[in-house]
Design a protein around this ligand. Structure first.
Ligand SMILES: C[S@@+](CC[C@H](N)C(=O)[O-])C[C@H]1O[C@@H](n2cnc3c(N)ncnc32)[C@H](O)[C@@H]1O
Length: 262
């Protein structure tokens, strides 16, 4: 992990690295966050993070016989929510070993080990056969991959035809007033509050997050993202901005037929 360097360009350099060196960047960034991740995410999002997760999980169609995949599972919050809500078995995949360790701890503590299994792996290259899963969830993933379109195709590949896909991501509010407040929050309040509550690692993440969300939204706006989902072989694509446009829940259904892989 780069040390903090003075100068306003630092967060933008981090954003550039998140795209150019994704294999190293995400494990370095998230490797220092697992133990306080759930608590700080809740506090720093004023509790909205939990609402957004609930909205994404509500889109999962699964039952006790189903097998669901949760990619970028982190400390397993979404995976546990899916298992708890649907009774399905859930496989969680995350690229950061420390997150998977924390996730396994959380799963065991919540008595979910018989239904939730976590693995280290990358969303860009999943170790599963085509159509393995009845449903898929992923959250806060696409800002950390070099090619979101190729990653979407890989995610859709492992879902059976008709299976649901739902996701969660941050968004830049469209309304100028909310955007201005969001800008002040992400550029000034979030790094400072993160640093006070979580120390240096959270200060650095706090500085990175706003520019990362802005850059992702600029390169891959909602319309582009919806088309990319369709090109990945996903139908019935829907999107719901959350909390005045600070979050985005997207969902769809794996199309019948061979899909983009032929
Ligand atoms: C912001 S956390 C979200 C964790 C969890 N989904 C949640 O909502 O609490 C993003 C997670 O994505 C993981 N991640 C980043 N790039 C990834 C990739 N290419 N494949 C799999 N996981 C990735 C990180 O390790 C991190 O745990």
């Amino acid at each position: 992990m780069e040390r903090l360097v003075p100068g306003l360009r630092w967060p933008e350099e981090m954003v550039a690295r998140s795209r150019s060196q994704p294999r190293r960047f995400a494990p370095e960034l998230f490797g220092r966050l697992p133990s306080r991740y759930d608590l700080l995410s809740l506090v720093l999002s004023f509790g909205q993070d939990r609402r957004w997760r609930g909205a994404a999980v509500d889109r999962v169609e699964a039952g006790p016989e189903s097998l669901v995949l949760d990619v970028a599972t982190g400390p397993a919050g979404v995976a546990l929510a899916v298992a708890g809500t649907t009774g399905a078995r859930v496989v969680g995949v995350d690229v950061t070993e420390g997150m998977v360790r924390q996730g396994r701890f959380n799963v065991a503590r919540r008595g979910g080990s018989d239904r939730v299994q976590l693995l280290v792996g990358r969303g860009e290259q999943l170790p599963f056969a085509d159509g393995t899963f009845d449903a898929l969830t992923f959250s806060y993933l696409l800002r950390y991959v070099a090619d979101p379109e190729a990653t979407l195709a890989e995610l859709a590949r492992v879902v059976r035809a008709g299976g649901t896909i739902s996701s969660l991501e941050f968004l830049r509010p469209a309304c100028p007033l909310w955007w201005a407040l969001w800008w002040v929050y992400t550029r000034a309040v979030l790094p400072v509050a993160g640093g006070i509550l979580g120390g240096r690692a959270w200060y650095e993440v706090g500085r990175f997050l706003g520019p990362s969300i802005t850059e992702h939204d600029r390169r891959y706006p909602l319309g582009w993202m919806q088309e990319a989902w369709r090109r990945a072989g996903i139908t019935e694509v829907g999107a719901r901005p959350m909390s005045l446009g600070g979050g985005l829940v997207m969902w769809g259904r794996k199309a019948p037929g061979p899909g983009p892989h032929g």
